[in-house]
Design a protein around this ligand. Structure first.
Ligand SMILES: Cc1ncc(COP(=O)(O)O)c(C=O)c1O
Length: 375
């Protein structure tokens, strides 16, 4: 079976894991995590980084650090993983869904403008598939409205927009280290910011609502419970692997770029397939290679590929039309483009190590499927 994803793990990842076990520094906050955070800050060129147990936890910290009140609203695309909306709801704020654009499947700045209200406090810009949102326009909207931008760069490790790494453009960047992501520690997440105020709030929240961070910095003699919070830590074992993976990010990104190029070449010319486009201001990491096909044929195509030992997948069930979205008062017809994309998107296998012959094989099966249809 050619799988959809495969984590890029090598002998040296095993080695650092075993070394960490031997050293005993398997916990959060030890020397392994401190080195990882230092290297992350250097890599991103940011002031503050926090390692957390998931991308979802990073998003929760991001929303929690904004001091939202019950009626405050946060705008988020409906075409995303539930983590973005859940993070908003968990802080007692209101989710305002927005539409995506039909080409890159990212939040549409015009739709953001329509959802803005005096209660809006933030926008979550999800960089779908590692392709940047239109950040100049989104930054302008946020600046004018006086609201914050959280970048959900869970897919965006190593991607750039106008030369800037995703996650470093808005107020807060959130990343996932889940096994399906470009670099991984199995599970995990990263929160980055240049704001001391946001960082301090996030540190209190993730350390069970205590000022333990100040205590560890030797600024206070005892720490105590000061606020609401939760327990969001990445173990030393996970930090060790993630740190080693970060060292290989350029190679991993380049491998994915090469694979995407081959897909574009071999799938080009199949008239039933809409290939991804590449805007000049974006340098994506090709976390996902997604095409559009007829919604009437998509599920049949997934089954056909499966019968040829090729894993392909659809996603997301739009949040606005999910059970929870409907509970929030949305109805399926609310976001037409989101619905159309969700019904016709197809994700193809992409991971370092996927060979040119595999891609040729996959492309040949696409051709066969569409040829059979026209018979
Ligand atoms: C866009 C997006 N945001 C957030 C997440 C959550 O990341 P995690 O699984 O690490 O909690 C995911 C997970 O796949 C995602 O795709």
């Amino acid at each position: 079976m050619i799988p959809l994803h495969k984590p890029f793990l090598e002998e040296d990842d095993k080695k650092v894991l075993l070394e960490t076990i031997d050293s005993g520094v398997i916990y959060s906050g030890g020397s392994v995590e401190n080195s990882f955070l230092r290297e992350l800050k250097d890599y991103f060129g940011v002031e503050y980084a926090i390692a957390v147990p998931s991308g979802t936890a990073a998003l929760e910290l991001a929303v929690a650090s904004l001091n939202l009140k019950q009626d405050d609203e946060v705008i988020v695309p409906s075409f995303t993983f539930p983590s973005d909306a859940t993070a908003i709801l968990n802080q007692g704020a209101t989710v305002k869904f927005a539409e995506i654009d039909p080409v890159y499947f990212n939040i549409d700045p015009e739709s953001i403008k329509k959802q803005l209200s005096p209660k809006t406090k933030a926008i979550i810009a999800v960089h779908y598939a590692g392709m940047s949102c239109q950040m100049d326009q989104i930054m302008q909207i946020a600046k004018k409205a006086g609201i914050k931008i959280i970048e959900d760069a869970s897919h965006g490790w190593g991607s750039r927009y106008k030369g800037k790494l995703l996650g470093t453009i808005g107020d807060i960047g959130c990343f996932s280290l889940h096994a399906t992501k470009n670099i991984t520690s199995g599970e995990g997440g990263i929160f980055i910011t240049n704001s001391k105020k946001i960082f301090r709030k996030a540190e209190i929240y993730r350390q069970v609502g205590t000022n333990r961070y100040d205590f560890l910095q030797k600024k206070i003699r005892k720490y105590q419970w000061v606020s609401r919070g939760s327990s969001y830590y990445l173990s030393g074992l996970q930090s060790a692997i993630a740190r080693n993976q970060l060292k290989k990010i350029n190679k991993i990104t380049q491998d994915r770029k090469n694979i995407a190029q081959l897909y574009l070449e071999f799938l080009g010319g199949i008239k039933e397939v809409v290939l991804p486009q590449l805007p000049s201001e974006c340098d994506p990491n090709w976390h996902i290679f997604a095409i559009l096909v007829s919604s009437r044929k998509r599920d049949q195509l997934i089954e056909f590929m499966k019968s040829k030992d090729i894993e392909t997948a659809f996603h997301y069930t739009p949040l606005h039309s999910s059970k929870m979205g409907r509970k929030l008062g949305y109805k399926k017809s609310d976001f037409k483009i989101t619905n159309t994309v969700a019904d016709s998107i197809l994700r193809l296998p992409i991971y370092p190590g996927l060979k040119e012959s595999d891609i040729k094989f996959i492309a040949s099966k696409f051709k066969k499927f569409f040829k059979n249809l026209t018979k």
